[in-house]
Design a protein around this ligand. Structure first.
Ligand code: ADP
Length: 151
């Protein structure tokens, strides 16, 4: 059984995340969306809100499970018996950042990271830009799954 963990902050989940997850679904038997809990990060949305947005977006999708985790992603992967980490790549900056983490993760745990390139239509989207728009009372609905945040 091929099981992947898609870790992230999802603050909030965007159409970029949705694109990666939907395109990864045929590749895996199960995808665990793992919402990170990091005491040092200042989130815009509470853990409960971030989870509710993801639940609403993937309601009824049997191959997807949703979990929260603290600590190392590779330790979480072991705890759910997943051998793959799924990540999206938008640009060279993402690649440089992810490369070191992926190699380190493989070295310390043997867990492989699988990267998918974003679709052209969603490659410009980031949660941080969405948060900027929302903070300034703008309309971010074109960047978000239907029915989340204030859409
Ligand atoms: P993190 O804080 O771990 O970067 P994010 O929620 O920002 O968490 O991102 C989780 C994953 O989703 C990362 O692999 C990131 O590259 C990917 N991702 C974020 N936005 C997009 C996008 N627009 N298209 C494709 N992948 C994306």
């Amino acid at each position: 059984m091929k099981k992947a963990v898609f870790p992230g902050s999802f603050d909030p989940i965007t159409l970029g995340h949705v694109d990666i997850i939907n395109r990864a679904l045929p590749l895996f038997d199960e995808i665990v969306i793992a919402v990170g809990v990091n005491a040092e990060k200042n989130y815009m949305f509470s853990l409960e809100e971030r989870i509710a947005f993801i639940e609403k977006t993937f309601a009824g999708e049997k191959k997807i499970t949703l979990k929260t985790y603290r600590g190392l992603t590779v330790d979480f992967c072991k705890s759910v018996n997943a051998h793959f980490i799924l990540r999206g790549l938008r640009n060279p900056a993402d690649f440089e950042f992810e490369k070191a983490i992926a190699i380190t993760n493989r070295k310390i745990s043997g867990i492989e990271t699988v990267f998918l390139l974003t679709s052209a239509e969603t490659s410009f989207i980031s949660s941080s830009i969405v948060r900027d728009i929302l903070r300034n009372n703008g309309d971010a609905s074109l960047l978000l799954p239907e029915g989340i945040v204030n859409t």
